[in-house]
Design a protein around this ligand. Structure first.
Ligand SMILES: O=C(O)CCC(=O)C(=O)O
Ligand SMILES: [Fe+2]
Length: 211
């Protein structure tokens, strides 16, 4: 007998054994609600790269530690440099969706302690990089997308290697790990548009086991 939900929802897609795209995986409205108190306590801000340039993506965090960048480098820090306080706790609903996505990837023991929240205004981008500030590279990275579509590009472990683009839409989850854990990835400039719930921007929540 046909499963009604799986008929309505686009299928999950593996890109090799290291990248799993889960279209429409998350309850985006519930996630957006849960993020509001985080944004009140720790608003989006444009971090500065070690080279001194402001990033086009605005960022904040929740969880035990948060990812920060400044003139001295990149790191996970338990303190929000803007408030001088601990980052807001990771809401249970966020942790749960990240764990559910990781389980679909085969990482049932994923226990994130950091959630980096990225805000892309129209035109903002993230140039290809590796996520390598986490201690245990055996754990995957899970992202959940909200708002305008994002063209996520991911390649191999070399900066210049060929990349494929995966369109990430409102409510999609993406997991990368194993052979793709150190793959170079980024987000192309977000195209003009307005999303009914999120406005003229894309927001991604990226969950990691940092420590
Ligand atoms: O916004 C995304 O989907 C990816 C973000 C990312 O690569 C990161 O936060 O390290
Ligand atoms: Fe990344």
């Amino acid at each position: 007998m046909a499963d009604l939900l799986s008929d309505l929802r686009p299928a999950e897609a593996w890109h090799g054994e290291g990248v799993l795209h889960l279209p429409g995986f998350a309850d985006a409205a519930a996630i957006w609600d849960a993020v509001q108190p985080v944004l009140e306590a720790a608003p989006f801000r444009h971090l500065v790269t070690p080279g001194g340039k402001a990033m086009s993506v605005a960022m904040t965090n929740c969880g035990r530690v948060g990812w920060v960048s400044d003139r001295s480098g990149y790191r996970y820090d338990p303190v929000d440099p803007l408030s001088g306080q601990a980052w807001p706790d990771m809401p249970d609903l966020l942790r749960a969706v990240a764990q559910r996505a990781a389980a679909a990837f085969g990482a049932a023991d994923f226990d994130p302690d950091a959630c980096l929240i990225n805000c892309y205004d129209v035109g903002a981008r993230l140039t290809p990089h590796q996520d390598r500030d986490e201690q245990d590279l055996g754990q995957p990275v899970v992202s959940v997308s909200l708002g305008l579509p994002g063209r996520f590009v991911i390649g191999d472990t070399t900066r210049a290697g060929p990349k494929q683009a995966i369109l990430l839409e409102h409510g999609d989850a993406l997991v990368f790990g194993r052979s793709a854990r150190l793959a170079y990835h980024g987000v192309l400039p977000v195209k003009t548009g307005t999303h009914g719930m999120i406005g003229a921007r894309r927001i991604s929540l990226t969950f990691r086991k940092a420590g």
